[in-house]
Design a protein. Structure first.
Length: 213
């Protein structure tokens, strides 16, 4: 079930002004470009894509990760973002789809990955997204995703930064590692690997988790 806030999140990223400025905002200076390269390396290491594996990317956006995944299925609710992503990776099957209710069969994919998307979900929506990802994963499949680690100073600085720079973005939710571990355990996953992306204040937790049960 998709909450009203999650629906607003979907609508936000379907706006043309967001689609058109997304890459520029995310790589607006040398620091952000360098940090994204580190983030990409962490994700690719944790995904560990092998020949023949079926990989699904949720919320592919403008294809920053998609372009490095070769043959992959990538979904997003923004047609504009999908067009950009497919241009970056012609091998990708870029489909319009909602991560909360997908048309894929049960157990269809070896791995599901999402990058900088679940930051925007409250706990209820996060759990629903995890359940749907679990449904489409094969037995012993892997889910790779990230969350922003709980940090009050970062929340304050982020708000000030947005106001000063005019950078747009949807609400961010933060989780501590114990909170995420508890959620994953309850939703049928165990953590098998982790990387940490340091921000100037705070950090991002990137996790490789395995479907259990």
């Amino acid at each position: 079930m998709k909450s009203e806030e999650a629906k607003d999140f979907t609508k936000y990223y379907q706006q043309k002004k967001v689609t058109g400025s997304y890459d520029t905002q995310r790589e607006g200076n040398a620091y952000r470009v360098a940090k994204r390269k580190i983030e990409l390396r962490h994700f690719l290491e944790l995904i560990g894509k092998k020949d023949g594996e079926k990989v699904l990317e949720l919320g592919c956006s403008s294809g920053f990760l998609t372009q490095h995944l070769g043959k992959v299925t990538a979904i997003d609710t923004s047609e504009g973002m999908l067009e950009i992503a497919h241009k970056k990776n012609p091998l990708a099957e870029c489909l319009s789809g909602d991560m909360f209710q997908m048309d894929f069969k049960n157990g269809e994919f070896d791995k599901v990955v999402t990058m900088r998307v679940w930051n925007h979900l409250n706990e209820s929506d996060l759990r629903n997204a995890i359940r749907e990802a679990r449904r489409v994963l094969k037995k012993d499949g892997f889910l790779i995703f990230d969350v922003e680690e709980k940090s009050f100073p970062r929340r304050i600085v982020a708000k000030i930064y947005q106001r000063v720079t005019g950078i747009t973005g949807f609400k961010i939710y933060q989780y501590s590692l114990p909170e995420i571990k508890k959620i994953l355990h309850q939703e049928g996953f165990k953590i098998e690997g982790a990387r940490y992306l340091k921000h100037k204040i705070g950090r991002q937790i990137i996790l490789r988790t395995k479907k259990v049960g």
